[in-house]
Write a protein that binds this ligand. Structure first.
Ligand code: ATP
Length: 604
């Protein structure tokens, strides 16, 4: 659904609450009029020398009552209206997160983390400020201007009021002149903060690379540049705001000057009394704050408009991977038979297809291994199986259903993937393994960890499964992270389990143990393994070799060796490497023992 606004729909859905809040505010505004009136009466009585003790006490009591009434109604209306703003802030931030959850991986590929954080924190914060300070100040200023002007015209002098108010429309002109400049500067400031956030995020995520490549100084320089830019943008914005504030105060001050000079003349000419002069100036001073605030609010409303537009752009980004119209909700179980027919796929912004004319059958319960050069399309192929990207219709089938007919929840619930990037959340190991809508028992978590060969490592940590991981699972080694990711996929006992190069960080002995353990778990389930090591893939029922998006060879390990093609070549090279390593080990062995002997002798 296309969303047109954020503010108006909020006001409409809370119309009565706003009416109530503003009614309370208007009572406080009306009460404010009593103060100038009482002051006027006090002055007149004083000037006439007719002020009695009782009168003075009575006026003072009324002033206290009016003051208390103003404070009470103003505070209650503030609390009432500000509560609505907090509700809006929580709702918009929640909706934003929910909407992001619906958007595809491709959307996030094109976004910077700093921008996303700035939308969630700053833009939503500005929306709150508009409905909080913005609406409150506008309404208060409007009420006060109307009631004060009526009081000034009716109880003091219409001409004095008119002439004193004449400079005030200049405020609107000023706000109009500053409008564009402040909008642009607000956007620039927001962009600079996004850059800075992205820089910090990237630095912290890449801290090991930064240190390993001694890039601290270069990173510091980049950070300083972004930091300075953010400060400059902020300074520019504050400067414009201050200039606007100073000019609007100047206009308001000019009104005061007119009132004092002209009012003084009218008092001297006996057109108005001294009490009326005092009352008039007190009315005017009541207006000053709200009118000045009005100027600031104009800027806030402009920033609010800019934030609203940015948020609407996100809300109106349609999720491109959703349950298809042809999805059949009754498909709830998959057995894991996969077929791919003439699949050609291009990424949205790519010039050439990444996969070309792929056809493949993976019978239920069998295993498929995919090997091939880097960038040949292996990950892309498996990502299409869980619709991280959308394959064309009638190309990918699971259990005979076009993948578009399978509800996303069923598809992703029954196809487990251990992605290449083993992202772990900054929670406990247990929560990372049991990361699924279904709750898992401790025994299931332990079993998954055992199959993934990470159990022994986990029980060595003081807090075992309750060990808290730093962001990105920093407290674990690469191999341990990989095995926790494997346990996370295994625990689901999915119909299809995909390992996207997920055994690269474990040694060959652990790899054998994992594959052996999987046999019992994956009994009658389909397994897809992407690997670079022949040892990971050689026992698969079917192996495909990919190159430049095509399947160039297929068969079993023996059949592919017999073909003497790319696979055999890969196998040959890996055998040579292993042999070289073994020989190095054999040659190094005696050398190491000689060194040790020498060391021992020297020590003795
Ligand atoms: N989101 C994307 N948008 C555009 N192009 C992409 C995207 N993801 C991958 N590619 C491109 O698609 C091609 C295949 O990438 P893919 O990750 O599938 O290769 P791979 O065979 O799994 O490589 P590796 O062995 O390095 O993991 C590459 O040229 C890559 O640059």
């Amino acid at each position: 659904m296309h969303r047109k606004d954020i503010f108006m729909s909020h006001i409409k859905s809370h119309a009565w609450s706003y009416v109530m809040g503003f009614a309370l505010l208007s009572i406080s505004s009306v009460l404010q009029l009593f103060i100038p009136r009482l002051l006027g009466q006090f002055t007149d009585q004083l000037q006439l020398g007719a002020l009695t003790y009782d009168q003075a006490v009575r006026l003072a009591v009324w002033m206290i009552v009016a003051g208390l009434g103003i404070a009470l109604f103003r505070s209650v209306s503030r609390i009432y209206l500000f509560r609505l703003s907090r509700q809006l802030e929580t709702r918009v931030r929640g909706e934003l997160f929910t909407h992001w959850e619906k958007l595809s991986a491709q959307y996030f590929n094109n976004q910077r983390i700093g921008d996303l954080m700035s939308h969630a924190i700053s833009d939503v914060g500005v929306i709150r400020e508009v409905t909080m300070q913005g609406y409150f100040n506008v309404m208060e200023a409007c009420f006060l201007i109307v009631v004060s002007v009526i009081a000034m015209v009716t109880t003091v002098n219409p001409w004095l009021t008119l002439i004193t108010m004449l400079p005030l429309p200049l405020l609107s002109l000023l706000a109009y002149r500053f409008n564009k400049r402040i909008m642009q500067q607000s956007a620039d400031m927001q962009a600079a903060i996004s850059d800075l956030t992205s820089r910090v995020q990237e630095f912290t995520a890449g801290i090991r690379v930064v240190k390993a490549f001694i890039q601290e100084k270069a990173e510091r320089m980049l950070f300083t540049k972004d930091n300075q830019h953010a400060v400059d943008m902020n300074r520019r914005f504050v400067r414009s705001n201050s200039l606007f504030g100073a000019l609007s105060s100047g206009i308001v001050g000019f009104s005061f000057l007119v009132s004092v000079v002209l009012g003084g003349i009218l008092v001297l000419k006996d057109v108005i009394t001294l009490g009326e002069f005092v009352a008039f100036n007190t009315y005017l001073s009541l207006l000053m704050g709200p009118i000045e605030n009005l100027g600031k609010v104009v800027n806030l409303l402009q920033r609010g408009k800019a934030s609203e537009l940015r948020l609407l752009e996100i809300f109106n980004t349609a999720p491109d991977i959703v349950d298809d119209v042809v999805a059949k909700p009754d498909i709830q179980d998959l057995t894991g038979e996969i077929e791919i027919r003439n699949l050609t796929f291009s990424y949205p912004e790519a010039k050439h297809p990444t996969l070309r004319n792929i056809s493949l059958k993976v019978p239920k319960g069998s295993s498929l291994a995919i090997v091939g050069r880097v960038g040949s399309g292996k990950s892309t192929l498996v990502h299409l199986l869980v619709r991280l990207y959308n394959p064309p219709k009638n190309t990918v089938f699971v259990d005979g259903h076009d993948i578009h007919e399978i509800p996303l929840r069923t598809l992703r619930g029954q196809i487990g993937i251990v992605p290449q990037d083993q992202f772990l959340f900054s929670s406990t190991i247990r929560d990372n393994i049991g990361f699924d809508p279904n709750p898992y028992s401790d025994a299931q978590v332990v079993e998954a960890a055992k199959v993934a060969q990470v159990y022994d490592n986990i029980v060595e940590f003081p807090n075992q499964f309750e060990t808290a991981l730093g962001e990105r699972g920093i407290s674990l080694s690469g191999g341990q992270r990989q095995r926790v990711s494997i346990a996370r996929a295994i625990i689901k006992k999915p119909s299809v389990l995909i390992f996207d190069d997920s055994l690269s960080a474990v040694d060959t002995i652990t790899e054998d143990l994992i594959l052996e353990g999987l046999k019992s778990v994956m009994n009658k389930r389909t397994t897809i393994i992407i690997g670079h090591r022949i040892s990971s893939v050689q026992n698969a029922d079917q192996i495909i070799v990919m190159d430049e998006g095509r399947i160039v060879e297929r068969g079993t390990h023996q059949q592919l060796l017999a073909k003497n093609g790319m696979y055999a070549d890969m196998h040959h090279k890996q055998m040579l490497d292993q042999e070289a390593e073994r020989q190095d080990g054999q040659e190094l062995g005696p050398m190491v023992s000689r060194l040790l002997q020498g060391g021992k002798a020297a020590y003795e």
